[in-house]
Structure formats: structure tokens, C-alpha cells
Design a protein around this ligand. Structure first.
Ligand code: LUZ
Ligand code: MOS
Length: 749
């Protein structure tokens, strides 16, 4: 019994196979992508003939070579696979060279001649909104009556907050390998979170049925949302290459190409207004969010929705009106990224509370505490908080971190030190679990028990380092009551599990795990009948691979039971399906119950700023997180820590820099991500007694929620900086890079 499909050992030994590690088939072609160098314009002429004459080049693909529809838009059909006549962002694919070697393909790119007629481009979402350049109509959520409440407020504040984008920096860049099959079939290996999206889009591009396309995904070297929609073009180019040449085709982007050509987290710019009573209780909140959606919809409209769903974060506000605009600009389409629009909204809410604290003198943690959600509080979208741990996690993190004493110590330190200042913050979170598009909340599983008792499981879940395979193995082992070592998790394959939803929205284990639980129960049911035949009627159970009759141990063990089932011609395969019950949403009214449940938690962040240099360290973060009943402590701990550090990166050092729509921070030298030394000490506690009846084995989704603890770093840094410059107005703009902090500290703006 080996365990080679588990996460850790093969990874650390370098044995795990990713797309680029697969044995290369004979006659495989390599590719290079020719992309737009202007942000907006007409293609007046495109001359590829010289490239086709280059050594080793077999063919150059352009829009003309697409036999089906030149369209990759999933929610809105507004994105061409290959630019046809006009380009709308820098990095937009125009042609793909197929050649015998990667070097030959890359070299041929230089021989392509293109002439553009440049058109005016838009990069700022507010400018886009003013010009009516929207991806889709705006959406507005309302609760209570905002307009008549302002006059009842003791304090009203207004302001603006801006947050930057974020590059995913998955370790494995985007890529795909396509193999020709018989009678038009194409087998695609792809680094994607969404095998069915690839299958469907490729079939549309090629003008064939979905059953002609098989997508297989073993694992990804990270994704973080970046491969929910944006894995498609690379797979489509490979498939198109197979279609035209009959040869295997591979395309794996290098880091720079990946950074230049693929979408990132959406930057947002937001205007807000908030009113409170004398005691600091929030009465009314309004906001307009301008999402920089980029040049095509991609997942922007769904992300915009999640922004509105998280506008009030973990707080209860009785009167709300929030509107969000998906603004079309001439930048690579922005896409899903861990949190999916919620971090942007939650950042705004904390900016507001920080500003209120400054203007009223009420400490921000007092404002936060006073307004935290409790059971039966209503969200602006109509759902009520249930099993709400907002207050519990907040008071626990305050207690566990010794917040009051820490704060005193920091004030003390700051009084004694002129050029080094410390800061502290608390960041509560509340994140809804379920795809907000209700139909996506479905999953299938296929469980096989071979006649030697070993088990093989396929689901729609994609392993991307988040440990979903380990969780699925745990669920199956617990349900069947067998050793996890007997279970192997198969690749995710559209031939075995169909119509898969993307592994996204922190639902991978919830949805697919539940389908696995159902399938295992179906097999168990049949096995109990087999055991009854052998042992006589009575209550049959299996515990730790031993069959029990009426609670008494018998001689019958798992392997024999399975062999008997096989000899008696009993079906040892089961396919099962799960669809999250009781969720619904009315888009007309913008009301419903979009989420199966919410995840809560709170974090305390401590930082130190060198006020002469603007540099800083994120010293320590205390997290109290609600993981339900964790399926795997180490995996969930890893998700909390990884998400937190990624969130801190978004808020602090990760800065996308554009020059007229061209990304200039397009290497890991110019785009800095947190490393081990930058990461803080992290002290994580999971809430006890936090069962969750709404998900498999009382667990909770873990992938995205802890990302938003990272927002605390921004406000801890503000806290420290203001200990140095008490008088100065803060500009609510993230990331707060050392450069920006230095400018704040020393009037160099
Ligand atoms: N993807 C998606 C997501 O298609 N819908 C969602 O609601 C979502 N939420 C978080 C992350 N990815
Ligand atoms: Mo997502 S942001 O692909 O869960």
C-alpha cells in the first residue's frame, strides 16, 4: 500500500508531476504566443508569413484558424481567444506559433509584422464609469432606509478608499499539454481549477461536442483563483494546435509571460459614507464601489456580487445602500483571487471604522466590538446570521493576545522611542461559503472498491496544494471505517466525473466531500447486505475494517467482505451527487440565502515601523479562527497561515505598477511577495465547539476566509505611523509599501 498521491512526501522529494513534468510524447510541438503591445486599437494588418518560414515552424495560428467560435467568455461572451481586427489590452494574444522547439517558436515571434491604429485607452475605473464603459449594469443592495437615517446620526463621516490588484504568483505557471486521440478526440492536461470550463470552451472553439474533449488534471502548483477562468486560453491554443497538425502540443508560460498576460485581483476605488449614534453604534452605511474589471468580463460580475455580499463584513448595520460598478478598462481582464471581491469590501469597511475612530476619539476596537454581528442579525441581502461566532472569536483573540496589555506596552514603547514605532490592530472577518451562483453548488463523486479491498476515488475537486485530496481521503476513510492507506485519489477527469464546478469559493472539500460521503454510504449499504448473508440478520456495522453484528466483533474483515461481495456479483462502484440544499437568490430583489453558512474569526496584528526608512516588520499575528470541526488540523493550519501571509502581502508590499496599461512590475524582482523572513510569527487557535451542520462531517471551508486577516497589517501599520505623525491625514490607499509609508512619514508626498 503506497501513498504516492498524498500531498507532502512527493512534493518535498520533487516527485510530484505537474504539466511541464509529464513525459513529452514523440513529435510534440512547442508554442509561443504573440501578444498585443498596445492597450487599445485596430489591427490594420497582420503579416505572419515570415514567421511561418522560420526554421522549425509548422504553423502560425490566428483568429482565422478557429473552426468554431472565437470566444472564451464564460459569464459574458465578450472575450476573443485570438484578437480579430482589434485589441483591447496589452498582452492580448493575437497569434500562436507552433514549432519543433520552444526556442524556434519564440524566435519566430519576432518575424510577425503588425500594424495598429491606436485608439484612446482607459485605465482608471472611475473614468470608465463616467464614460459609461461598464461590463454589465451596476448592482445595488439595500437594507432598511438609509436616506431617512442620516438625520438621526450623531456622527457622519465620508471618504474614499483604494485597494490595489494582486498577482497570484502560483509556483506553477499556466500551461497545458494536448494529445490527439481518434476520430477528432483531444485529451488535454491542464493546470486548471475548472476542467469542465476548459472542456466546454475548447469544444466551442473547435466546434465539436463536449464528449470529444477529455480534460485531465492531476494537481496544480497553486492557483489561488488565477486558474478558475484564466487557464482556458493556453489549453485552447494547444487543442487548436492538435486540431490543425494532428501532433501533441504543449504550452507552458514562463513567469514573465504569465505575469504579463494573465489576470489578477481587481483593484477597487470606493466612495463611502457612514453614520453612527453617540455611543458608536452604526446606523447607516452607503458606498459606491468602482471595480477595475479590465478589458473583458471574465468573472468580474460574480466578483462584484461577492463585494456587495461582504460590504458590511462582520458587522450589523440596519440601514445600508451599496452599489458596485464593473468598469471596463484596457487592462488584462482581472479575475478570481482568493476572497473573490470580498477582501476589497472588507478593506473599505475597516478604513471607515479607522476614520471614525480618528474623528470621534472612540478606540477602533470599541467601535468594532459594539457593531459585531450576532445570531439573527440580518445581512443586507436578506440572510440572517446563524451559529455566529463573530463576538466569540473577537473576545477570544482580545483575551488570548492580551490585547489591552499589548496596547499599553506599545504606547509605552512609542513614548520612549522616537524613530521606531509599534502598532496594533484587530481584524474580524465574516465570509459566506457557497458559490454565489447557486447552480455551481453541485459536485459528483465516483468511488470504486477493487476486489482486493483497495479504493479509488474520483471527484470534481482539483488538488492545488490546498489538501483537498487528503480531506476527501479522510472523509472516505471515516465513512467506510477503513485505513486511509487503502485509498487512492485519482486525477480529476471529465470522463469520470462530469459537469464539474470549478474548485473554488472554498467549497472544494464541502461539495466533493459530501458527494464522496454519499457514494461511500451507497457501497456500505450493499456491503451490509453481503455481511448479513454471511453472518445472519441483525445490525451490521464496520469499525476499523472489522464487521460487527449487533455490536459484537466478528471474524469477518474488510478484505474478505469485499471478496465475498465480488464473488456474489455485488456492485462495488458508486457514483453520487451532491447539491447544497436550501440556498437560493433573487437577483431582481437582491435578496435570498446565497450561502450555506458563514465563517468567522478575528486576528490581532502587531507591527514595528522604522520611521527613518519607512521599512517595517509584521511581528506577530494572533488568529482565532472558526474551522468548524476541522477535517485535518495541519491542512487547515497551513491554509490559515498561507492565506494570512498572502493577505498581508496584498496590503503591504505587493504593488502592481502599470505604465499606460503595460505592467512594468512583471518579474519577481520588481513585484515583491512575502517570503519566510517577511512573514510574522503566527499563533493560530481554532474555535472549539464550533460544529457546522451545514457541511460535511461538521467541517467548514477554509481556503479563502483567513486571507482577510491580512487586512489587519495595514491598520497596524497606520497605527504605528500615526504614532510618529499624529497630525497628518491618512490616505486610505493600499498597498502601504515602504515607499508610500516613507512619503507619509516625512511630508514627501
Ligand atoms: N467563484 C465563482 C468563486 O465562480 N463564484 C463564487 O461565488 C466564488 N467565490 C469565491 C471564489 N471563487
Ligand atoms: Mo476562487 S478566488 O477561484 O476560490
Amino acid at each position: 500500500m503506497n501513498d504516492l498521491n498524498d500531498l507532502t512526501p512527493p512534493h518535498t522529494r520533487g516527485e510530484s508531476i505537474f504539466v511541464d513534468d509529464m513525459p513529452e510524447p514523440k513529435c510534440m510541438l512547442h508554442t509561443a504566443v504573440f501578444a498585443s503591445s498596445i492597450a487599445h486599437g485596430k489591427i490594420k494588418s497582420l503579416y505572419i508569413q515570415n514567421a511561418e518560414k522560420c526554421e522549425g515552424v509548422i504553423k502560425v495560428l490566428t483568429a482565422k484558424d478557429i473552426p468554431g467560435e472565437n470566444q472564451i467568455g464564460r459569464i459574458i461572451q465578450d472575450e476573443e481567444l485570438l484578437a480579430d481586427g482589434k485589441v483591447v489590452f496589452i498582452g492580448q494574444p493575437i497569434a500562436v506559433v507552433l514549432a519543433e522547439t520552444k526556442e524556434q517558436a519564440k524566435q519566430a515571434i519576432d518575424s510577425i509584422i503588425i500594424n495598429y491604429e491606436e485608439l484612446p485607452a482607459i485605465f482608471d475605473p472611475r473614468v470608465a464609469a463616467k464614460k459609461g464603459s461598464l461590463i454589465a449594469p451596476s448592482r445595488t443592495f439595500t437594507l432598511g432606509d438609509v436616506d431617512s437615517t442620516w438625520s438621526k446620526c450623531a456622527t457622519i463621516i465620508k471618504g474614499r478608499a483604494d485597494s490595489g490588484g494582486q498577482e497570484h504568483i502560483y509556483l506553477e505557471t499556466q500551461g497545458s499539454l494536448a494529445l490527439p486521440g481518434e476520430r477528432g478526440k483531444i485529451i488535454l492536461y491542464s493546470s486548471t481549477q475548472a476542467p469542465t470550463t476548459i472542456q466546454k470552451t475548447v469544444s466551442k472553439i473547435l466546434g465539436c461536442d463536449m464528449n470529444a474533449i477529455e480534460v485531465d488534471v492531476k494537481r496544480l502548483g497553486g492557483a489561488f483563483g488565477g486558474k478558475e477562468d484564466q487557464a482556458t486560453p493556453w489549453a485552447a491554443f494547444c487543442a487548436l494546435g492538435v486540431y490543425h497538425t494532428g501532433r501533441p502540443v504543449k504550452l507552458v508560460l514562463d513567469r514573465k509571460e504569465d505575469m504579463q498576460m494573465t489576470g489578477k485581483r481587481h483593484p477597487y476605488s470606493t466612495d463611502y459614507k457612514l453614520g453612527l449614534d453617540k455611543e458608536g453604534k452604526i446606523l447607516a452605511f452607503s458606498a459606491e464601489y468602482y471595480q477595475n474589471s479590465g478589458a473583458a468580463a471574465d468573472l468580474s460580475t460574480a466578483i462584484l456580487g461577492r463585494t456587495l455580499f461582504h460590504a458590511t463584513n462582520a458587522y450589523y448595520i440596519p440601514h445600508v445602500r451599496v452599489t458596485a460598478y464593473p468598469c471596463r478598462t484596457n487592462i488584462v481582464p482581472f479575475t478570481a483571487f482568493r476572497g473573490f471581491g470580498a477582501p476589497q469590501a472588507m478593506f473599505v469597511m475597516e478604513c471607515i471604522l479607522s476614520q471614525v475612530a480618528e474623528e470621534t476619539g472612540i478606540p477602533v476596537e470599541v467601535l468594532q466590538e459594539k457593531n459585531l454581528l450576532k445570531d439573527r442579525d440580518q445581512f443586507p441581502y436578506g440572510m440572517y446570521a446563524e451559529n455566529c461566532h463573530a463576538r466569540r472569536s473577537f473576545s477570544k483573540v482580545v483575551q488570548d493576545s492580551n490585547f489591552d496589555e499589548l496596547k499599553r506596552k506599545i504606547e509605552d514603547f512609542n513614548a520612549k522611542n522616537r524613530f521606531t514605532k509599534k502598532g496594533i490592530s484587530i481584524m474580524p472577518i465574516c465570509f459566506g461559503i457557497s458559490f454565489t451562483s447557486a447552480f455551481l453548488n453541485q459536485a459528483g463523486a465516483l468511488v470504486h472498491v477493487y476486489n482486493d479491498g483497495s479504493v479509488n476515488i474520483s471527484t470534481g475537486a482539483v488538488e492545488m496544494g490546498q489538501g483537498v485530496n487528503m480531506k476527501i481521503k479522510t472523509i472516505a476513510a471515516r465513512t467506510l471505517s477503513i485505513k486511509p492507506e487503502r485509498i487512492r485519489i485519482e486525477s480529476t477527469n471529465t470522463g469520470r466525473v462530469i459537469n464539474t464546478s470549478p474548485t473554488a469559493a472554498s467549497t472544494g472539500a464541502d461539495l466533493n466531500g459530501k458527494a464522496v460521503e454519499f457514494a461511500c454510504e451507497m457501497i456500505l449499504e450493499r456491503l451490509r447486505d453481503v455481511a448479513s448473508e454471511k453472518l445472519g440478520t441483525g445490525g451490521i456495522s464496520i469499525e476499523d475494517e472489522i464487521v460487527f453484528l449487533e455490536g459484537n466483533k466478528t471474524e469477518l474483515v474488510w478484505e474478505e467482505l469485499i471478496w465475498s461481495a465480488y464473488m456474489n456479483r455485488v456492485n462495488l462502484s458508486a457514483q453520487a451527487f451532491y447539491a447544497t440544499p436550501s440556498i437560493y437568490y433573487d437577483y431582481e430583489k437582491e435578496k435570498g440565502k446565497p450561502f450555506a453558512y458563514h465563517v468567522f474569526g478575528s486576528a490581532v496584528t502587531e507591527v514595528t515601523v522604522d520611521c527613518l526608512r519607512g521599512t517595517y516588520t509584521i511581528d506577530k499575528v494572533h488568529v482565532v479562527h472558526d474551522a468548524g470541526r476541522s477535517l485535518n488540523y495541519l491542512i487547515d493550519l497551513g491554509q490559515v497561515e498561507g492565506a494570512l501571509v498572502q493577505g498581508i502581502g496584498w496590503m503591504t508590499i505587493e504593488e502592481l505598477q502599470y505604465d499606460n496599461g503595460k505592467l512594468i512590475s512583471d518579474t519577481l524582482a520588481t513585484y515583491k511577495v512575502p517570503d519566510l523572513r517577511f512573514a510574522p510569527k503566527i499563533d493560530t487557535t481554532f474555535l472549539e465547539d464550533a460544529d457546522n451542520p451545514a457541511a460535511v462531517l461538521q467541517s467548514k471551508g477554509i481556503g479563502e476566509p483567513p486571507f482577510m486577516y491580512g487586512i489587519g497589517a495595514y491598520f497596524a501599520l497606520k497605527n504605528a505611523a500615526q504614532a510618529f505623525r499624529k497630525d497628518k491625514e491618512w490616505n486610505y490607499s493600499s498597498p502601504i509599501t515602504p515607499e508610500k509609508l516613507l512619503l507619509y512619514l516625512h511630508d514627501m508626498e
